[in-house]
Write a protein of this length. Structure first.
Length: 236
């Protein structure tokens, strides 16, 4: 009888074990959702982004027209890489050299790669917060593993902000220069890349002295990237 009583005794409820079990399950579900979101956008073009929706509500609409990478002037792709992430083809999502340089400079300069910016621009929100940075750090290696580099750059050029209410390189080329993204000249491409860090306060068509200098440096960097083969991961 004693043995039978021991066998039928209910298991003791352990709240800590229960909580840890559900936290673990939640983490697995969250990780699966991240992987699913990344895999979907590997093949499906993002229809919009949280920031685009926010700006569209504020402005009453935005300019945007998706174009595949093969319909973007190669010099524009090289200019964007030269401006934002010169080692784009050489890293796995995080540029450790740039991060160390930023730390040595007291975080006065940025170290965000194009891959990190794709995560932020496509799925997350703008602004500084530890939550956003943590999600960005989690998702960046996933897109690097799931997407080829050309796809990362293609999405980046199509979701980046180039001015108030102007998103993507096709809309930017039409808005500033009246040409398609495929027909951008080296000077035009360098100017568009030069305004990327601060598109609301910089102009590609009426560039300030600072933008002109930055565009000249970007043009030189784009030529160097082509010469030394650092465009091999996204070159068609």
């Amino acid at each position: 009888m004693a043995r039978r009583r021991r066998r039928t005794r209910k298991k003791r409820f352990r709240p800590v074990v229960f909580l840890l079990r559900w936290v673990g399950r939640g983490a697995l579900v969250f990780a699966a959702l991240i992987v699913l979101a990344v895999l979907v956008y590997r093949f499906v073009n993002p229809p919009t982004t949280p920031y685009m929706l926010s700006e569209s509500r504020r402005l009453g609409g935005v300019e945007r027209d998706w174009v595949p990478l093969e319909r973007i002037a190669p010099v524009m792709a090289r200019s964007a890489v030269a401006a934002e992430d010169a080692n784009f083809c050489r890293h796995w999502g995080f540029d450790m050299g740039a991060i160390r340089a930023a730390l040595n400079a007291g975080a006065a300069r940025g170290a965000s790669t194009i891959s990190q910016q794709v995560v932020k621009n496509t799925w997350l929100w703008h602004g500084r917060s530890w939550t956003r940075k943590a999600l960005e750090a989690l998702m960046t290696p996933v897109i690097e593993a799931a997407w080829p580099k050309w796809r990362v750059l293609e999405v980046y050029l199509n979701v980046a902000e180039f001015g108030e209410g102007v998103f993507g390189i096709e809309a930017a080329a039409q808005h500033y220069f009246g040409v398609s993204a495929a027909r951008l000249s080296p000077v035009q491409a360098a100017r568009l890349a030069a305004i990327l860090p601060d598109p609301k306060r910089r102009s590609a068509v009426k560039p300030s002295v600072t933008v002109e200098k930055r565009a000249a440096a970007i043009a030189g960097g784009a030529a160097t990237i082509r010469a030394d083969g650092r465009d091999d991961c996204f070159r068609s």
